[in-house]
Design a protein around this ligand. Structure first.
Ligand SMILES: Nc1nc2c(ncn2[C@@H]2O[C@H](COP(=O)(O)OP(=O)(O)OP(=O)(O)O)[C@@H](O)[C@H]2O)c(=O)[nH]1
Ligand SMILES: [Mg+2]
Ligand SMILES: [Zn+2]
Length: 309
């Protein structure tokens, strides 16, 4: 029998079987591991084979992952923690204000999604409380990210159910990771999309005896229309990705596109002659804010935040 891992508590896993039944499973002792060394062998979103006639039911095999996102336990450690597997979409919740989400933050998120090869979208939330200047700025963001870069964008208010219909149908049938700064409305949005969720999180809170459910272990919530969302309070953007410095330009769509015309194949688009990227920047084909984000991510790499090349 196969199933989908909905929730992990470190030692036991809630698996939804093909028949829709929920089973609490343990891992079989000799479960075969893939090449990556991880602190958690099985992650939320994993499709697994289970032996259901033993007690407890056992996970005997992890089916091949289409993708996964990881968090490295520490910079020096080779051990990684898998946050979620088999994602169809990564959604960043953005607020122009209350709190302000910077474009660097948006671009880091999008670059990480590109590096993981996970489709990304932006959800601009709290549109109910923007003044005219903030709404103008929002239009500019949509023109850049949707108009020029073709990332799907949604403008919503988590407090207004009627604003959510476009997003709702976009998420239908997909497994979506929701990220964003603290306070942008991730939980509020999850509750608005899944009316039955409020009670559920409340139960968990009581169990752990604190205000929120624990952040270390991800959980997927089923959408009434089909599909899942994963609200992970622990991840702001993504886990650290293995971004190769030389490939940073690949994770910015438009920089990648223009870079094909740079004189040097290994152009860093910072100082080289014949750089098609900087020439596109001068002509405003590439936005200043995106280029600044690119430079800032390259700099992180210099300071060892990403794996060096
Ligand atoms: N006006 C307005 N307030 C909102 C909206 N969405 C969320 N809020 C409020 O913003 C605050 C933070 O929302 P949360 O859903 O807790 O934010 P979060 O992203 O889950 O935050 P963390 O769990 O800390 O990461 C709450 O007071 C919400 O009621 C919205 O669309 N409009
Ligand atoms: Mg929250
Ligand atoms: Zn260049």
């Amino acid at each position: 029998m196969t199933g989908l891992v909905i929730k992990s508590t470190g030692s036991s896993y809630s698996v939804k079987t093909e028949g829709g039944q929920m089973l609490e499973c343990k891992i079989r002792g000799n479960l075969r591991m893939k090449s990556i060394r991880t602190t958690n062998p099985v992650a939320v979103g994993d499709r697994v084979r289970i032996e259901s006639n033993s007690s407890p039911a056992l996970i005997t095999e992890i089916l091949e992952r289409k993708n996964y996102i990881i968090r490295r336990s520490s910079n020096l450690s080779k051990q990684a923690h898998i946050l979620a597997a088999n994602l169809d979409l990564a959604a960043l919740i953005v607020t122009v204000n209350y709190p302000e989400t910077s474009t660097v933050f948006i671009d880091r998120f999008l670059a990480s999604a590109e590096a993981y090869r996970i489709p990304a979208c932006l959800v601009f939330n709290k549109t109910d409380c923007y003044d005219s200047e903030e709404l103008e700025y929002l239009k500019g963001l949509e023109a850049l990210y949707y108009g020029a870069l073709e990332y799907p964008c949604f403008s919503v208010s988590a407090l207004d159910a009627s604003s959510l219909s476009g997003l709702r149908s976009f998420l239908q049938g997909k497994t979506t990771l929701i990220s964003g700064n603290s306070g942008v409305g991730k939980s509020t949005l999850a509750n608005a999309l899944i009316p039955s969720l409020e009670t559920k999180t409340a139960e968990i809170s009581q169990y752990h005896n604190k205000g929120m459910h624990t952040t270390t272990f991800s959980e997927m919530f089923e959408l009434p229309e089909g599909g899942y969302i994963i609200d992970t309070p622990g991840i702001k953007g993504f886990g650290s990705v293995d971004m190769d410095k030389a490939e940073m330009g690949h994770y910015f769509k438009e920089i990648f596109r223009f870079s094909k015309d740079c004189r040097f194949a290994d152009c860093t688009h910072t100082h080289e002659p014949g750089c098609a990227v900087r020439s596109a920047l001068d002509k405003s084909y590439i936005s200043q804010s995106r280029y600044r984000s690119y430079l800032s991510m390259r700099q992180d790499e210099d300071s060892g935040k990403y794996r060096g090349s």
